[in-house]
Design a protein around this ligand. Structure first.
Ligand SMILES: C[S@@+](CC[C@H](N)C(=O)[O-])C[C@H]1O[C@@H](n2cnc3c(N)ncnc32)[C@H](O)[C@@H]1O
Length: 239
């Protein structure tokens, strides 16, 4: 979806505002709930993304973590690689928490759909569980490609489609029935934890996202399933 039509533009802005307000509201409990609701598996997923990028990152390579939230992926990149890491997010309360956790890291406020960087600024990009929240996945991918240097690599970590019928039904039951209850109780925002499974269901599956990355202009697009496809790690390179 391009954002040229005025009607589309205002609905995209509305959606962005709602997403920003939702994360602001749950920010104090975001880390706790992430780890609790995933039984800490989210930490393994972020580590996997960083391990995948690490061999490609020379000393002082510039890496942007888009939709960095409270900074867990940025911090993992900072601690495990010699890259210069910047985190960007459009929700200030999430960034404030990130900055408190890692005072030496650069976190800036900004929109993933209008990144405040020149074309070809970064050797690598990460985006963890944020692409699903953008008003337009296509526009988000286009913007990621724009700020990547030639030969630069993007790593997209996102919830996906569990593989296998029974496992998919079990994960679906957990997402639909348990997650909103537990998440709602502990965060005080049941809506946010109803939005989560809903947004996962609406998000393109592994193959479709890989196709969208190719259509956006990424090359060498690959993905691996994490925890049976509950999440997936997609990578792609700018030519
Ligand atoms: C589910 S959190 C993920 C945070 C972090 N990457 C992680 O791995 O925990 C999604 C984040 O994306 C941010 N976000 C959503 N849409 C955005 C946009 N258009 N521009 C910048 N940040 C955005 C939200 O504010 C939120 O902090």
């Amino acid at each position: 979806m391009g954002l040229t039509d005025p009607g589309q533009k205002s609905s995209a802005e509305d959606r962005a505002r709602r997403v920003r307000e939702m994360f602001a509201k749950i920010s104090p409990r975001y880390d706790l709930l992430n780890h609790l609701l995933s039984a800490n598996i989210d930490l393994r997923w972020r580590r996997r993304a960083v391990r995948k990028l690490k061999p490609l990152l020379t000393k002082d390579a510039r890496v942007l973590d888009v939709g960095c939230g409270t900074g867990d992926l940025s911090i993992e990149l900072f601690e495990k690689t010699a890259a210069q890491v910047t985190g960007i997010d459009f929700c200030r309360p999430m960034l404030t928490l990130a900055q408190a956790k890692a005072p030496r890291l650069a976190f800036i406020e900004g929109d993933a759909l209008r990144l405040p960087f020149a074309d070809a600024s970064f050797e690598a990009l990460t985006i963890g569980f944020a692409l699903r929240n953008l008003a337009s996945v296509e526009d988000g991918l286009g913007e990621l490609l724009r700020v990547l240097k030639p030969n630069g690599v993007v790593a997209i970590l996102e919830f996906s489609q569990p593989v296998g019928g029974l496992f998919r039904r079990l994960v679906g039951f957990y997402n639909r029935c348990l997650l909103p209850r537990i998440g709602g109780l502990l965060s005080g925002s049941r809506g946010a934890y109803e939005y989560l499974p809903d947004s996962i269901l609406k998000f393109p599956n592994q193959e479709t996202l890989a196709g969208m990355m190719r259509a956006a202009g990424f090359e060498d697009v690959r993905f691996e399933n994490l925890s049976g496809g509950i999440a997936a790690l997609h990578t792609g390179r700018r030519r």
